[in-house]
Design a protein around this ligand. Structure first.
Ligand SMILES: [Zn+2]
Ligand SMILES: [Zn+2]
Length: 256
């Protein structure tokens, strides 16, 4: 005989939940984290349909290595574009949701600086959708770009790590959180010139146990790529530890 109490509980729980959510919506209306417009009931709890559409439209033809948007007539090639050929980037391929502008820029700000860590889920899903099946089959480990422990303590979380966990969950892949370390508490790259950025992150990373990454293909995750110096230094440490291919993925790519 079915347990009626159990059945009632199942029926009641969503109703009570919906009523509470309804009250919460009146007290604290749900807003899109990117454009601040009110969200309709059927919309995703974090990003409105309009912003999602803008993000989708932002898909661009990019250099497959450094991610810069390619001008008309330029064809993506595995060796990279004229910009990155001279720069000796240590990763082989990169993926980006959009340039660092519009909804993606706003979402990164809300996530990283306003500390809305609930955004890790939708942003992690945006990253997951970018990776092609061929690359997915090649990946052995997902590794978030690490923060120095002091920086992580100050912020309270590593934004790349939170998104990487979601990507791993979506793709059923192993994550490595404690093997690549940031050993220098570097200055924020945001205000530095290209040369200072290069100097700032040089030798900033270290692999604790090289055997774990030996001959492995790694997907490196970060929120944003500006000059590529940080990602390239991470990739260099991973390759010096014996890793095979390094793929890089981030939400945003800064323009030239
Ligand atoms: Zn919006
Ligand atoms: Zn390039």
């Amino acid at each position: 005989m079915p347990d009626l109490r159990q059945e009632n509980k199942v029926l009641l729980v969503p109703t009570i939940r919906n009523i509470l959510l309804g009250f919460l919506d009146i007290l604290y209306p749900r807003h899109c984290f990117a454009c601040d417009s009110s969200l309709h009931e059927e919309e995703n709890a974090h990003i409105c349909e309009n912003c999602l559409e803008i993000v989708k439209q932002a898909e661009a033809k990019r250099c497959s290595k450094c991610g810069l948007t390619l001008g008309p007539g330029m064809i993506p090639s595995e060796e990279g574009c004229y910009e990155c050929k001279s720069r000796n980037l240590w990763f082989e391929k990169s993926f980006f949701v959009s340039d660092n502008e519009g909804p993606v820029r706003a979402l990164i700000h809300q996530f990283k600086y306003k500390k809305h860590i609930c955004l890790a889920m939708p942003l992690g899903s945006l990253l997951t959708n970018l990776i092609d099946q061929k690359t997915i089959c090649e990946i052995d480990f997902v590794v978030p770009v690490p923060l120095h422990w002091k920086k992580k303590q100050e912020r309270g979380f590593n934004q790349s790590e939170l998104m990487a966990k979601k990507v791993c969950k979506n793709l059923s892949m192993p994550i490595s959180l404690n093997n690549l370390h940031r050993i220098n508490n570097t200055l924020s790259q945001t205000q530095l010139s290209y040369l200072l950025r290069q100097k700032n992150v040089k030798n900033a990373f270290m692999v604790k146990n090289p055997d774990l990454f030996s001959q492995k293909n790694i997907l490196l995750i970060d929120d944003i790529l500006t000059t590529g110096m940080t990602a390239s230094e991470c990739a260099k440490s991973l390759k010096n530890a014996g890793a095979n291919k390094i793929f890089f993925i981030a939400l945003a790519r800064s323009k030239r």
